[in-house]
Design a protein around this ligand. Structure first.
Ligand SMILES: Cc1ncc(COP(=O)(O)O)c(C=O)c1O
Length: 394
């Protein structure tokens, strides 16, 4: 259905158009100066030594796991309340994702649940800064060090966020960024891996480029991938990164407007505008519907008014791709299971207007009211069956 008010929208100015057009006038559409300049800008912004641009956040997670030596027989602790790439990429290196519980306030990995999930096979933790809210990095870092685990930050949703005045992406052994068009900054498709270790950076650069070891196009040190990011994408990303303060301020303003518009809706829980020790980077505006209100009904009613909404996220341990695999969750993930079905993302993007937010808020208010007074219909939350990916099995 075509929505009048979309869930997300990229914010492309003439500066981005000029930057991409300029690249098109050069012979360097790939591996040109924009790649190097974008990578340097990302590394500087995050105060890390190396940034390696890749074709997506998923590609970044995949390469981070390989480069850290995660493989067959290893376990990697990940949140279940997360985007599916965090588990898929663990499986793609033949390791097992072990799902841990979230903190209900931040929706990020609960450090005590992480600690309970550690076994002799655990090698790494992928900590997601969900919706742009930094995870409890001090506790997670302590746990990772104590148990000698690699810490991978998935900062795909959180560029610019800070924990204790330090930018996310600068804590872990490696961090991954994502630049899909719904993200705070975009390159169309794209991502990056941040790291401190020069040998890791060299391996990441080789792996993203078919495992090439040097300048010789036909010299392959190991089997690699085509996870390159074009200079067109890097030029776009560089301008977007240059605008990040403006972008984060616009998103923060939009979040505050929703808060003012929705704070009196009975039973509706809004994301916190401020959190101790954290600077937020608003990725999405996700509300928790009042208990007993059918999300499906609310979404349908809003869609009839031309207002897009999203379901962020379905618990990964309940997905057909993961639920049948024994040992993927070490404890019951009651909070994840209770919270996830109530989560509803509202239209949220840099240039959303006060009028659009008022419309979305009014539609949400009446949809909740209506859902409270009429029986629920069949839920779209019901998962559709999907066979296991046989190509991953031996
Ligand atoms: C937390 C998280 N990790 C990873 C990804 C994957 O990024 P991409 O879509 O660029 O592959 C996303 C993207 O939505 C994400 O939100």
């Amino acid at each position: 259905m075509n929505m009048r008010i979309p869930l997300s929208a990229p914010d492309i100015t003439q500066a981005e158009i000029d930057a991409v057009t300029n690249v098109l006038r050069t012979p360097n559409l790939c591996f040109g100066p924009e790649l190097a300049a974008f990578e340097s800008a990302l590394a500087r912004y995050h105060s890390v030594d190396h940034a390696v641009a890749v074709s997506s956040g998923t590609a970044g997670l995949h390469l981070a796991l390989i480069t850290l030596g995660i493989g067959r027989g290893d376990e990697v602790i990940v949140p279940s309340f997360a985007f599916v790439a965090v588990a898929n990429t663990v499986r793609q290196v033949r390791a097992a994702p072990v799902f841990a519980e979230i903190d209900p306030l931040t929706l990020n990995l609960d450090p005590s649940s992480v600690e309970r999930a550690i076994t002799p096979r655990t090698r790494a933790v992928v900590v997601v800064h969900t919706f742009g809210v930094p995870a409890q990095m001090d506790a997670l870092d302590t746990i990772a060090r104590r148990h000698r685990l690699a810490l991978i930050e998935d900062a795909c949703e959180a560029i610019g966020a800070e924990f204790d005045s330090r930018r996310v992406g600068s804590f872990g052994n490696m961090a991954v960024l994502g630049f899909y068009p719904n993200k705070q900054i975009t390159t169309g498709e794209g991502g990056a891996v941040l790291c401190r270790d020069a040998s890791h950076a060299a391996r990441l650069r080789s792996l993203r480029n078919q495992g090439r070891s040097g300048d010789d196009w036909l010299d392959h040190a190991e089997p690699g991938f085509n996870y390159r990011l074009s200079d067109l994408a890097c030029a776009l990303g560089r301008v977007q990164l240059g605008r990040i303060e403006e972008i984060l301020a616009l998103r923060s303003q939009a979040a505050r407007r929703y808060d003012a518009l929705l704070k009196d809706v009975p039973g509706l829980e809004l994301p916190l505008l401020e959190l101790l020790r954290r600077k937020l980077s608003w990725f999405v505006f996700v509300v928790r519907l009042p208990g007993g209100v059918s999300r499906n009904q609310v979404q349908t009613a809003m869609a009839h008014n031309g207002i897009a909404t999203g379901r962020y996220f379905a618990p990964l341990h309940q997905q057909p791709a993961y639920r049948a695999r024994p040992g993927t969750a070490v404890e019951s993930l009651a909070l994840t299971e209770q919270i996830a079905p109530r989560m509803l993302a509202l239209p949220f993007f840099n240039r959303i207007t006060q009028g659009e937010q008022e419309e979305a808020a009014d539609a949400l208010r009446s949809a909740i009211d209506h859902a409270r007074h009429s029986p629920p219909q069949v839920s779209v939350d019901k998962l559709v069956g999907n066979s296991e990916a046989s190509y991953l099995d031996d």
